[in-house]
Design a protein around this ligand. Structure first.
Ligand code: SR1
Length: 397
């Protein structure tokens, strides 16, 4: 008889999370530990454990074996916890200032124990409450340049890069993106989710053959190009921040893919805020987009010049070609993210949280319009102002 090996996996409770913390010796013996589950419960448990004597804390994140946002019947690999822990460790080496420290990881329990970031706020939440995080774009531009350059063929020996691409093979999580970002929003399928007031726009989008062709090209690029180790889900819900500090969390979607995907997702999520804001507050978001790109290119250029290992790094015009490709890709991927979070599965609170129906629908139409322009007109756009104008002056793009 075939016996299946018993898995040691079991979901933690607040009580068993404290017991685990004690077993790992993460606090001293006199600690008085308290625990709260603070996750949104969609994909993971997140336990916040604090010592009420020292006020120090840790986070234990545990992957759940299903994706609640899709349905408990949708099983989801626990291997993503290993991907996440390893990505945090690697990105942490490349960019310690912007990545939480990992103290411990257990593959069987699918847990990662990491630095407590409770002094920071999730950027999306802070933005919705009116925060502007002045250093965010500087930090994320630098984070992206360092993590993406240092995991690319431009910086590491080819055998090592191929080993990393295998280690971070993440088919199940990539499938989520392939379906819900790159496919479903462009067709009339059940997973889509939008208000009746948007139906006419959405039907136009489903019948736009030029848009579909360009979305297909972007999906192909996402599936086939192994340029660098991506975060893979770099939206403002994956970033903790305050006025002075920024930390990038949740790289469970990490895999080797096209560099522009991380850049484009971050751009799109800044644009959701630009769409919902007015006047000076709106300009701040456009400024964030511009600074992100400036810092990203400056840092990437410096790394390329000082640490580039690829034989063609000194070839005139090659770096400019690479940066232009990243920019065009980022525009297209940003367009897909704008459309997906508006009419597909897994919306953003920036738009869904607008209480006034007319304002909410207008904001969603603006997001769809910007998304379509970015996807269809991304080619040969050499300036960051193109993405800003898709929201600021869509008629001129
Ligand atoms: C099933 S997970 C839905 C979405 O949440 C994550 O943040 C990713 O964006 C994913 O597409």
């Amino acid at each position: 008889m075939n016996q299946q090996p018993q898995s040691a996996y079991e979901p933690l409770s607040e009580g068993s999370a404290i017991l685990l913390t004690k077993k790992l010796g993460l606090f001293n013996e006199t600690a008085s530990l308290e625990c709260r589950e603070i996750g949104d419960g969609n994909l993971n448990y997140v336990f916040h454990i604090t010592d009420s004597n020292s006020r120090k804390g840790i986070i234990i994140k545990q992957a759940l074996p299903f994706a609640k946002v899709i349905g408990e019947a949708w099983p989801l690999t626990l291997k993503r916890a290993v991907i996440e822990a390893n990505a945090l460790k690697l990105f942490g080496k490349l960019c310690p200032e912007y990545v939480p420290e990992v103290y411990y990881a257990d593959e069987e329990l699918a847990i990662t124990v990491m630095e407590d970031l409770s002094h920071l706020t999730i950027t999306r939440t802070g933005f919705i409450e009116g925060e502007s995080y002045p250093l965010l774009s500087r930090h994320i531009g630098e984070y992206m340049a360092k993590t993406l350059f240092h995991t690319s063929d431009f910086a590491i020996e080819h055998g090592r890069k191929k080993e990393l691409a295998v280690q971070f093979s993440n088919p199940e999580l990539c499938k989520i993106t392939e379906s819900f970002v790159f496919t479903d929003p462009f067709f009339d399928v059940e997973s889509n989710d939008f208000e009746e007031e948007l139906k006419a726009e959405v039907v136009l989008l489903w019948n736009d053959s030029e848009l579909q062709l360009e979305a297909a090209k972007l999906k192909k690029s996402f599936i086939t190009e192994q340029e660098a180790l991506l975060h893979g889900d770099l939206h403002t819900g994956s970033i903790f921040a305050c006025e002075t500090e920024t930390k990038v969390i949740d790289p469970e979607f990490a895999f080797y893919g096209p560099i522009g995907f991380d850049v484009g997702q971050f751009f799109a999520n800044l644009l959701f805020q630009a769409i919902t804001r007015k006047g000076k507050d709106r300009e701040l978001m456009f400024k964030h987009v511009e600074v992100t790109w400036d810092v990203f290119t400056e840092t990437f250029r410096t790394l390329w010049e000082n640490e580039g290992m690829e034989a063609f790094c000194k070839t005139k015009g090659y770096l400019d070609y690479i940066l232009q490709k990243i920019l065009e890709d980022a525009f297209g991927f940003a367009g897909c993210e704008l459309i997906r979070r508006t009419i597909g599965l897994s919306h953003v609170k920036d738009l869904d949280g607008i209480e006034n129906t007319a304002e909410r629908i207008a904001a969603k139409k603006a997001a769809l319009q910007a998304g379509k322009i970015l996807i269809k007109q991304r080619k040969n756009k050499t300036d960051i102002s193109f993405i800003i104008n898709t929201v600021k002056k869509p008629a001129l793009t």
